[in-house]
Ligand binder design. Structure first.
Ligand SMILES: Nc1ncnc2c1ncn2[C@@H]1O[C@H](COP(=O)(O)OP(=O)(O)O)[C@@H](O)[C@H]1O
Ligand SMILES: [Mg+2]
Length: 264
């Protein structure tokens, strides 16, 4: 379970970009975080894995306070936080297997890491997970030979190799075509329930948030202004979150009649 309370983040002396967030997410639920660009979505995820230092507040993962951890304790806690990125963050010249095994770096010792001598159990786990997401046959291919959707699957498996207790995904489908995006969303959704893993997904695409996640959290200027079921995320919620800021991909600004009815 992930419990965030009164999370505040201020960069330098500017106005806070997170203004006291409270959010509790239990196992196997998939929560989407929606909000216009600049609302604070990435900052929130980055506070959880401490890529960004929270200014104040509390973030507990299965009872462990993350905000005050330092050095070795922080390193150990970070293993439990899997992260999936918009740009995949793979090492292109390494193989799929090598990228996947990088998820074990927080566990193996320096010698094992440098000589790439991962325990057999890690390699076995890697194959099981790669098989699960349909990339096992690419194990020895270079990462840069894969398509975007395949690369993101590598990113997901690498995160799962950490044996995470929570999975954070920052716009994981924003670089993918719509169909591939949907496949990745379905994959994240089923992995969450198979592994009883809470999953937080920053996502720009409201339609996908509605279809593929269990709960929607809406941020505006660092404040949570919606937290509820996708079925309750109506036009008013959409307007409250994006109104006057920018149009999200598909819903806020439907195309004019002539386009919608056109032959496209
Ligand atoms: N490292 C940083 N230093 C200063 N300001 C930042 C930094 N990162 C993000 N911000 C600011 O914080 C606000 C929220 O950004 P971000 O969390 O990236 O929002 P989102 O992911 O919703 O687009 C923005 O105004 C952004 O400019
Ligand atoms: Mg962002």
């Amino acid at each position: 379970m992930l419990e965030i309370s009164n999370l505040i983040k201020r960069y330098g002396r500017d106005e806070p970009v997170l203004k006291g967030l409270d959010l509790t997410v239990d196992g196997n639920s998939v929560v989407s975080i929606v909000g216009a660009s600049g609302a604070g979505k990435s900052t929130m995820l980055r506070c959880i894995n401490r890529l960004v230092e929270p200014t104040s507040g509390s973030i507990k993962l299965n009872g462990t306070e993350l905000v005050t951890l330092r050095h070795g304790e922080l390193r150990r806690a970070r293993r439990k936080i899997g992260m999936v990125f918009q740009g995949f963050n793979l090492i292109d010249r390494l193989t799929v297997m090598e990228n996947v095994l990088a998820g074990r770096l927080g566990y193996v010792n320096l010698f094992q890491a440098i000589t790439r001598r991962y325990p057999a159990s890690d390699i076995e786990r890697a194959f099981v997970l790669m098989e699960r997401v349909g990339i096992a046959h690419y194990a020895n291919k270079r990462a840069d030979e894969l398509s975007g959707g395949e690369r993101q699957r590598v990113g997901v498996v690498r995160a799962l190799m950490q044996e995470p207790e929570v999975l954070l995904a920052d716009e994981p489908t924003a670089s993918l075509d719509p169909r591939t995006s949907e496949q990745i969303m379905v994959l994240l959704q089923s992995l969450a329930s198979e592994l009883s893993l809470p999953v937080l997904i920053n996502i720009h695409n409201v339609a996908q948030a509605r279809t593929y996640t269990d709960r929607i959290v809406g941020l505006r200027h660092g404040t949570m202004i919606f937290d509820g079921a996708p079925s309750d995320f109506d036009k008013d919620a959409l307007e409250a979150i994006y109104g006057g800021i920018e149009a999200p991909e598909d819903e806020a600004a439907p195309p004019p009649e002539e386009v919608r009815d056109g032959q496209a």
